[in-house]
Write a protein of this length. Structure first.
Length: 69
């Protein structure tokens, strides 16, 4: 079973949670920061695919940095 870290759905769900949370924040600077976090989470699957393309021997991004993968 793939790790959640490799699953784009996982990151889309985390991004949506962050956006929902941001909508509840009244402080403008804090809200801006939370929306940035949501944006970064949304972009994470693209970054994972870039890592996989660059390092095809790794079957999981969660293995990145570990030896023997």
């Amino acid at each position: 079973m793939p790790s959640p870290i490799d699953d784009p759905k996982h990151w889309r769900e985390r991004a949506e949670e962050a956006r929902v949370h941001a909508e509840q924040i009244t402080d403008p600077e804090s809200k801006k920061m939370m929306l940035k976090i949501a944006e970064d989470l949304r972009d994470t699957p693209l970054e994972i695919e870039e890592v996989k393309a660059k390092y095809p021997k790794w079957t999981s991004v969660s293995a990145f940095g570990q030896t023997g993968h």
